[in-house]
Design a protein around this ligand. Structure first.
Ligand code: ADP
Length: 497
């Protein structure tokens, strides 16, 4: 017998990655593969659920091989996933009846408009913590049932199973049909107060309860593998959790008042509110997350639509640099830190706390000496300023000041961005050594359930190498920068008629 290790499956929107973590929470090996994005019509996005499953199964084999690991020593499996993406499959054959409908897909937008027009917004907000949007799984399930011939009657008879990608992978691995609280809370069908599938919402969205999975804590005994591929029979699946909540747990933000921000294409900020179910007055979502024991708790969630994507835009469309990390180098030579260039990257409108679909991007304060470096600096600052707006909105909703901000995601590699984030928040910002916190979160939960790290304190000991950014900006300067940011945001609002 070798040392026990955990297999973590991180099933994302464009690719899947499988990690093996040792009992110190260190990566032993990993394997990654992209999969096909299907765009059948403008605004529609699908994935082939079988391609995802086959990829994950192969990647488990690849990761085990690379690490020279024996699958028999695997203490358990943790799954974290792209949230909201929806699959319906035949319980008997295990075959999907349609491609998975991806969270980004807008095909059910008109159904959502009808739900809003019929005055259901308050009801859905009160029960699910969500706003009515095509993003969430409920209307996607209904769409598949309506479009695939015979599906509705088969669903009523209990012949079909529905789920998000965590459920789908669990079914293929173990034959069980279950999901966790965090994924269930993104369906618009799950009552996050009573913690059950809600009859009224199932009726409203036209989704029969018979197709929905059992809901368990993110850390739980979900079933054991059936064998096949590189995995023998009997390896337990011990954790399932949506990607953003996994990152929150991977950063050990398990107590009320603790938050994390993930700087990827967009930014996702989650703020733990413990056992308090708060409805935001600032357009944030309420969603389920994990507490210190891996049991269910509440959090507020806010998203910045264009985060690292603004750097991609400067790279690919403006050709300011060849690689995203160069954004930090080209601004290093700027002498003054007093210029007034402000960049509002509202390319896709503005999210919380503004919620303005008519807003569009703009750059303000240009002068003769404004060069790519200064525009790049303003772009990096815009990522931090938008995140700051979310933090302030959350503080207003909770009445609590955030203690410090833990950060992760691709763009968190940028030291200028994180220093500016600390400066503009007036709060320390902390980056872990391993920014793959999503996979880590699911591995931590599985390891807790396996008894490798029974207590939170065991996990805290694993987190050593962190970089801390302390606020250095004086408050006069901070107020000045925030004033100009607000002014710029006001000017882009309602731009498109
Ligand atoms: P996602 O998971 O959303 O695909 P990642 O976490 O991989 O995103 O982060 C990629 C994003 O971060 C890209 O938008 C890229 O422009 C940005 N990015 C990556 N490295 C840096 C960097 N050093 N500085 C600024 N932005 C960066």
């Amino acid at each position: 017998m070798g040392n026990p290790f955990i297999i973590a499956i991180d099933q994302g929107t464009t690719g899947s990655r499988v990690f093996c973590f040792d009992d110190q929470g260190k990566v032993l090996s990993s394997a990654y593969r992209e999969f096909t994005q299907h765009f059948p019509k403008p605004g529609w996005v699908e994935h082939d659920a079988n391609e995802i499953w086959n990829g994950v199964r192969d990647l488990i084999g690849d990761a085990l091989n690379k690490g020279g690991l024996n699958a028999k020593d695997a203490a358990g499996i943790g799954i974290t996933n792209q949230r909201e993406t929806s699959v319906i499959w035949d319980r008997a054959t295990g075959e999907p009846i349609h491609n998975a409908i991806v969270w980004q897909c807008r095909r059910t937008a008109s159904v959502c408009d009808q739900l809003k027009a019929a005055g259901n917004e308050d009801l859905i907000r009160r029960k699910t913590g969500l706003v009515i949007d095509a993003y969430f799984s409920g209307t996607k399930f209904a769409w598949i049932l309506d479009q695939v011939s015979g599906a509705r009657s088969r669903a009523e008879k209990g012949e079909l199973a529905a789920g998000t990608i965590d459920s789908w992978l669990l079914y293929k691995l173990t034959g069980q049909h279950a999901t966790d609280y965090t994924n269930a809370s993104r369906t618009m069908l799950y009552n996050i107060e009573t913690k059950e599938w809600d009859d009224e919402l199932c009726k409203l969205l036209n989704v029969p309860k018979a197709i929905l999975p059992e809901v368990k804590a993110s850390r739980a005994r979900y079933g054991v593998t059936r064998g096949g591929g590189a995995l023998p029979e009997g390896v337990p699946v011990l954790a399932m959790i949506g990607d953003q909540q996994a990152a929150l747990f991977g950063q050990l933000r398990v107590n009320p008042g603790q938050a994390k921000n993930t700087y990827g294409t967009g930014c996702f900020l989650l703020f733990n509110t413990g056992d308090q179910f708060l409805i935001s007055k600032n357009g944030l979502l309420t969603t389920l997350a994990c507490d210190a024991q891996g049991q269910v708790c509440y959090s507020l969630e806010g998203a910045v639509f264009i985060g690292g994507a603004v750097i991609q835009w400067l790279r690919d469309f403006m050709k300011f640099f060849g690689e995203a990390p160069e954004s930090e180098q080209i601004i290093a030579d700027i002498q003054d830190d007093q210029d007034e260039v402000v960049f509002v990257p509202a390319f896709a409108g503005l999210g919380a706390p503004y919620w303005d679909q008519q807003a569009r991007g703009a750059i303000f304060g240009l002068t003769r000496d404004t060069d790519p470096a200064r525009i790049t600096r303003a772009a990096l600052q815009s990522i931090a300023l938008q995140s700051c707006d979310l933090v302030r909105a959350m503080e207003q909703d909770t009445g609590e000041k955030m203690d410090l901000l833990r950060v992760d995601g691709g763009a968190s590699a940028n030291n200028f961005l994180l220093q500016y984030q600390a400066d503009i928040l007036g709060t320390a910002v902390v980056r872990p050594g391993n920014v793959d916190t999503t996979a880590l979160g699911s591995a931590y939960l599985a390891g807790m359930e396996a008894g490798i790290w029974p207590e939170l304190s065991d996990l805290q000991e694993l987190q050593s190498d962190r970089t801390r950014f302390e606020p250095k900006m004086d408050s006069g300067r901070r107020d000045h920068e925030l004033k100009y940011w607000k002014k710029a945001v006001e000017r882009v609002r309602g731009w498109v008629d």
